[in-house]
Design a binder for this molecule. Structure first.
Ligand code: NDP
Ligand code: ZN
Length: 397
């Protein structure tokens, strides 16, 4: 089992994440930078942006850094809408020290096709499918990167949007609600030819965000496990955990999802708004993953862990605290940790496994129109999303 790590509060964990994400660390400029990013080689791009936290989406034209020797240019075919995009657009991550920057083109669930490749590129050829998740660069040398955890780069990970790209003159990255992206081949994921490409994009965030902690906690067949929050991220956790032959209990807030949980192979569905459904669950779970996007009481789930059980927290509500003073004596060696997406190699493993085993998100395609994205955001908040909206970028005008 991994090292037990108690975090005094969730804020502490997210502060660390935020530090990695936003704090300027003295990093040698142009470290690993491509050799040919002269301004006149910049790549024109168009997509959708918001210009403030209260804004609607608008069509937006911009440019991306040139295709360097190690870079590929991807024509984006599909872009998923993750709840993290909503948090970022609406500037809901200030408590973690993450500042939203505008104009912002969100999107970190990207599936597309390689249109161009720098001269050193070996992993891709033109015409291949390629995917991009939540990050586009990291130092690849520090302890975290060497351990395959580039999302925790000690020099600072460059995230796919709303992030300062210190490999490219500190420009702010722009995400996948757009027609293309330029990325180092080292941060692009190979998508197998036989993949159901319409459904691949959400694997690049929702898939890896659940796959990674399931591996980290060494969840095994027969384990009793819980998934709190049964949305875009949660329904991937359920599918991986069912595939792993665990005994899955799903926790969410409405009754409409009861059938879907059963259909995906969960043993039990608990509507947490009915307190009687929570009875008898304390001390029963080996592993719980919480993907809840709004403030909630994580102690409800901590108490459900068996002695030595593990809880991975991946949801990003702003004000959720674990009261450490209530934990040490009666906590039965339970372990609680935060988890952030996953490294590049494990993302590739997750994608290959998912395609080979036909594990995909349930998606509804929407048109690449500003009003459609606005509508999708409203539906995600209202709980009316069919697990994941994916923007069909081929409909971009
Ligand atoms: P969704 O909105 O698709 O899903 C969230 C689900 O949680 C919905 O089904 C929602 O129900 C349900 N829910 C709401 N309140 C509660 C509650 N009190 N108890 C249990 N369930 C509840 O969001 P995503 O799955 O896209 O994202 C979930 C969270 O994970 C977000 O905060 C996101 O930012 C974060 N995230 C974190 C990542 C990481 O690497 N750590 C990566 C990706 C996402 P209803 O729809 O009915 O409201
Ligand atoms: Zn995401």
């Amino acid at each position: 089992m991994p090292q037990s790590t108690f975090l005094s509060t969730l804020k502490t964990f997210y502060f660390i994440v935020a530090m990695i994400t936003t704090v300027g660390i003295a990093v040698a400029q142009h470290n690993h930078a491509p050799s040919d990013h002269a301004p006149n080689n910049r790549v024109p791009a168009k997509g959708f942006a918001v210009h403030s936290q209260d804004d609607h989406f608008h069509p937006y034209e911009f440019t991306r850094h040139a295709v360097g020797d190690n870079d590929i240019l991807i024509e984006i075919l599909y872009a998923g809408i993750c709840h993290s995009d909503l948090h970022a657009v609406w500037n809901e991550q200030q408590n973690f020290g993450i500042k939203s920057r505008y104009p912002m083109v969100p999107g970190h669930e990207i599936a597309g096709r390689v249109m161009n490749a720098g001269k050193n590129v070996t992993k891709f050829k033109i015409g291949d499918y390629a995917g991009v998740g939540c990050m586009v660069n990291a130092c690849r040398q520090c302890n975290s990167c060497s351990a395959g955890k580039e999302q925790f780069c000690e020099k600072r990970t460059v995230f796919t949007y709303n992030s300062k790209d210190h490999y490219h003159e500190n420009e702010i990255t722009m995400g996948g609600y757009s027609n293309n992206i330029v990325v180092s081949e080292n941060f692009a994921i190979k998508i197998p030819k036989n993949a159901d490409i319409k459904k691949v994009a959400p694997l690049l965030c929702a898939g890896i965000t659940t796959w990674s902690p399931i591996k980290f906690s060494k969840v095994k067949p027969g384990d009793k496990v819980g998934v709190a929050g049964f949305g875009g991220v949660g329904h991937m956790a359920v599918q991986y955990l069912v595939d792993l032959k665990t005994d899955v209990t799903v926790f969410d807030v409405n009754d409409e999802k009861r059938e879907s949980a059963k259909r995906m192979g969960a043993k039990r569905y608990v509507n947490v708004r009915n307190p009687q459904e929570l009875e008898g669950l304390n001390n029963t779970m080996d592993f719980i993953i919480t993907t809840v996007p709004v403030d909630y009481d994580p102690m409800v789930y901590v108490r459900m862990l068996k002695m030595g059980g593990e809880m991975a927290i991946v949801g990003l509500p702003a004000n959720t605290n674990i009261n450490i003073s209530k934990l040490p004596l009666g906590n039965a060696n339970r372990k609680i940790y935060g988890s952030l997406i996953g490294g590049i190699q494990e993302t590739q493993e997750m994608l290959d496994y998912s395609v080979a085993n036909n594990i995909y998100p349930e998606v509804e395609l929407i048109k690449a129109e500003a009003a459609e994205i606005d509508k999708a955001y409203k539906k995600v908040v209202a709980g009316e999303v069919p697990f994941r909206y994916v923007i069909d970028m081929s409909t971009l005008k």
